[in-house]
Design a binder for this molecule. Sequence first.
Ligand code: PMP
Length: 443
Amino acid sequence: MLRAQLLDRQAQRESAARTYARTIPVAPVAAAGAEVTGADGRTYLDCLSGAGTLALGHNHPEVTGALREALRSGAPLHTLDMITPAKDAFSEELLGQLPGTLRHQAKLHFCSPAGTDAVEAALKLARNATGRQGVFAFTGAYHGMTLGASAVSGPERMRGQLTDAQPVTRLPYPYGYRCPFGVGAEQAGELSARLLESFLTDPSSGVATPAAVILEVVQGEGGVVEGPDAWLREVRRITAEHGVLLIIDEVQTGIGRTGYYWACERAGVTPDVLVTSKAVGGGLPLALIAYRPDLDTWQPGDHTGTFRGNTLAMVAGQITLRTVAQEQLPEHAEKLGARIRGGLRDLALDHPAIGEVRGRGLMIGAELVDPDAEPDRLGSLPGNPRYARALQAACLERGLMLELGGRGDTVLRLLPPLVLTDAQADSVMNRLTDALTDVERAA
Ligand code: PMP
């Protein structure tokens, strides 16, 4: 069936809430590594990789080989949360890759296979283990679409309803480019951590000690915004001193994406609860939390779900976890990411609409602004959603799939597979450069 027909039928049949399907009107029919072929016969470089899921790219031969073998073996594909050899092997591999004191020690809880359910589980575990109800979360955060997870997220449309007995207190994320304090990321990190400490120590703060603080080390959907290491270490110190659990959501940053196996490792911080999904399942749906064993005080059935033991996801996940470590893909991501960011910064010199280039490893963002507009009182130029949308479309025309994020979708986001080659990275830059010229010519 032709691309246009597929897209028309999708538009007739599927929900108005669909997203990527609208902004990236490709009907993928084949894919390998960082390349996707659409029903129109065109090949695209994939810098979206399933919203950061495909660490090893599409159809990595070791993953597909192991999946074929699992299917051939007659192993049960669906086992609720019963143990299988595939699940045991996955757990062994994951436990060996966890950060800091969680390594080989953590308890694992397998969730329904979406990041958002693992966030729900983390919040529930924290409330259970501490007996407290409140949670501190950050501006600009994205933790998922279910009610508990969206209640700790930033955007208005996502704000879920928790009961009054489960309050969420918002702390400012140290977003340097649009700094809430007008002082830049490092100092904002200090102030944000000081505010956290003051909430916990001032008897008149009006805020009850929470069960947990939840954060992303690099905010992904929030626009590739990095929290400084010193901020993260301070949050860790303060939470530990006050018996507040630190939940780090590594759904997007985990498994090598940021140049470390886990993003929290760069600052030498270990969370009490680590949330993982996306790449952990090797492209198949899988989500879980790994946490300090002494927190395991909840009871059978406190957090369940039908799909917590998908054999194919365990197989694909185990191979992905192992391959990322064996092939030193975090180091590769760091090197290649630095090169791409360097190229983007060079482009920014000629294209003032690129306000800032940032990111870690192969989690890269370029914030797009209106250079002709008046800066705000803090000196920031307003974001440029129309330019961002036009650039995304021009990239697609040039055969480059990528995503937007951040406030008003004004941040161009690159999340290529970690196996992206140097030549492919050059091609990404060339296509992006041409797309920028296309957009500016059309303006
Ligand atoms: N946490 C983070 C940091 C995410 O980036 C996402 C998804 N983009 C989620 C949670 C939610 O994951 P899912 O879409 O699988 O529910």
